[in-house]
Design a protein around this ligand. Structure first.
Ligand code: C2E
Ligand code: C2E
Length: 297
């Protein structure tokens, strides 16, 4: 496993974060085994994205086997930000203490408020928890642009943003600008739905006779290589690519079995094969060109 600094406060997180979410078919024992397998590969960063009793029970048992100081624990508040209140935040902390068995969280992520402020009583409650170090970093999870005043030095110190090999310049610029401000950035959606679907229905390569020889992009336009790179699955290539982005402190993954987490953790130690990075750039370039052509029509 590799570790990277999470923002300016010196915390070190594993390059991958295991996101624990619902709907999950896993019972408490299986959650415990999954987290145990992640810990064994060196993963120290976990994001609770659903507070189901099974999930919390399994997680509590697994976390109890490790010194709390060696864990980076995040919690995703799924409530709409406009509805955030002191009660919701207090309820979260009660679950953290009583069900997860820890006193504090390293990161709390909330939805992009689409404005410069949080509801005042929620902001006060979060400030108080940060003040007594029950929450270390507070992050905004967003897929679009964020009001700069919201990220002005103060309450927020982290961002969770999609990043994957089909990310356009807007997404890339956004995470770089935020990282330059000193915020920690967590990558997510590293294996996006569109590429997952493409991997599930691989296309038969067209015979070369069908291609226009004059078209410089005819051979390179697609993401077919995701399914044709020996020794690599599409998901592994997508993860390895996200790990090459230096501004990401860590990237979220999900896994359903110890074997899957072991396979994904190994990707952290692997280099993308020669040529794959070039194929990714060409596929992105072709996609951009197609998009541009479509908007010209
Ligand atoms: P919402 O759940 O109220 O989320 C509002 C905005 O918060 C989202 O706007 C996005 O910018 C941010 N956000 C929420 N959850 C996440 C997250 O896990 N990661 C990141 N990076 N940002 C997050 P957006 O993307 O325009 O979505 C608008 C609405 O569309 C969402 O409202 C939700 O109702 C739905 N939606 C979007 N993506 C998903 C998804 O992957 N799954 C589900 N179930 N609903 C989604
Ligand atoms: P999910 O709802 O099952 O969505 C799985 C994946 O489908 C998402 O992975 C994302 O790649 C894609 N997706 C689904 N709906 C949308 C959408 O409206 N916009 C975009 N840009 N992508 C979409 P991802 O982003 O890693 O999210 C994982 C899970 O986190 C989602 O599973 C959902 O449970 C939750 N989530 C993410 N974003 C939101 C959100 O904005 N609102 C809510 N309520 N849940 C979200």
């Amino acid at each position: 496993m590799r570790y990277r600094p999470f923002g300016a406060n010196g915390t070190r997180v594993s390059a991958i974060t295991l996101r624990l979410s619902e709907p999950s078919p896993l019972r408490a024992k299986e959650v415990e085994a999954l987290i145990g397998a992640a810990l064994a590969t060196g993963v120290n960063s976990f994001l609770i994205d659903a507070a189901s009793p099974d999930l919390l029970q399994g997680a509590a048992k697994a976390f109890a086997t490790v010194d709390r100081r060696n864990l980076f624990l995040g919690w995703r508040l799924r409530e709409q930000t406009s509805a955030l209140s002191r009660e919701i935040i207090e309820r979260m902390m009660t679950l953290v203490v009583e069900s997860l068995g820890v006193d504090d969280l390293d990161l709390v992520l909330i939805n992009d408020p689409q404005g410069a402020q949080l509801p005042p009583d929620a902001a006060l409650a979060l400030k108080a928890l940060k003040g007594r170090r029950a929450i270390r970093d507070l992050g905004v999870a967003s897929r679009s642009s964020i009001d700069p005043d919201l990220l002005a030095p103060g309450l927020f110190t982290a961002l969770a943003s999609p990043f994957n090999l089909s990310s356009g310049w807007a997404e890339r610029d956004r995470i770089r600008a935020v990282a330059a401000q000193g915020l920690a950035v967590m990558g997510e959606d590293v294996w996006p739905q569109s590429l997952r679907e493409a991997a599930a229905t691989p296309q038969t390569p067209r015979p070369s006779l069908w291609r226009r020889r004059s078209d410089p992009l005819a051979d390179v336009g697609g993401y077919d290589f995701l399914n044709h790179t020996p020794g690599w699955s599409a998901q592994e290539i997508c993860l390895a690519y996200a790990l090459t982005e230096p501004v990401l402190a860590t990237v979220q993954i999900t896994a359903e079995s110890p074997a899957q987490i072991q396979r994904l953790a190994q990707v952290v130690e692997r280099e993308l094969p020669d040529g794959v990075s070039a194929q990714i750039e060409l596929a992105r370039f072709s996609a951009q060109e197609r998009e541009r052509a479509a908007t010209r029509l």
